[in-house]
Design a protein around this ligand. Structure first.
Ligand code: IMP
Ligand code: MG
Length: 174
């Protein structure tokens, strides 16, 4: 394990700020959180418990890199949402935006289901790595170009349980 990039306390403080902004912006609306499995599960669990307006949650899963590193150009759902998205105020909850391919594709897939509004909340933004421009309406932390694990993020399905974000010492090839 490498050095800690973001401590558990820093994460918790930022999650509360994000939840506060979301609670303010979504008051009187029909908020549906779409948690992108598996990486966003821990972030979603903390975020949704700090949101103070009525909200529902559902889960989607996208085809992922697996343990390799080549980004898929056209990721697909391996699990689609169970509920109808039409006319809902959808807020996607993501762990990290790297190249931007996954979230750009996810936005397209969800937009096709005619939500009233569509926005994204990502804990981490690896801005230097962006290839596809896709907006992040609520961003936790902009981080440098390093492979990070913890707080839901994995390397080969490991380290998701860590309560902080750390840089992986031996970085997988991007
Ligand atoms: P994108 O399509 O390149 O933006 O990739 C997003 C996905 O890649 C995320 O949802 C993560 O699953 C994975 N990913 C990208 N960077 C990291 C990292 O530093 N640690 C762990 N997973 C990552
Ligand atoms: Mg992952």
């Amino acid at each position: 394990m490498g050095r800690t990039l973001i401590t558990a306390d820093e994460i918790q403080a930022r999650v509360l700020e994000l939840a506060e902004a979301i609670s303010h912006d979504y008051a009187g609306r029909d908020l549906l959180l779409i948690c992108v499995l598996k990486g966003a599960a821990i972030f979603w669990a903390d975020l949704c418990r700090a949101i103070r307006v009525p909200c529902q949650s559902d889960f989607v899963a996208m085809e992922s890199y697996g343990d390799a590193s080549a980004p898929l150009e056209e990721p697909r759902f391996t699990k689609a949402a169970d509920v109808t998205l039409a006319n809902r105020d959808i807020l996607i909850v993501e762990d990290i935006i790297d190249t931007g391919h996954t979230s750009a594709c996810l936005r397209g897939l969800l937009r096709a289901q005619s939500p009233r509004s569509l926005a994204l909340c990502a804990l981490l933004d690896k801005a230097e790595r962006r290839q596809v421009n896709s907006p992040i309406e609520y961003c936790g932390f902009v981080i440098p170009n390093a492979f990070v694990v913890g707080y839901g993020l994995d390397f080969a399905q490991q380290y998701r349980h860590l309560p902080f974000i750390a840089v992986l010492e031996t970085q997988p090839e991007h």
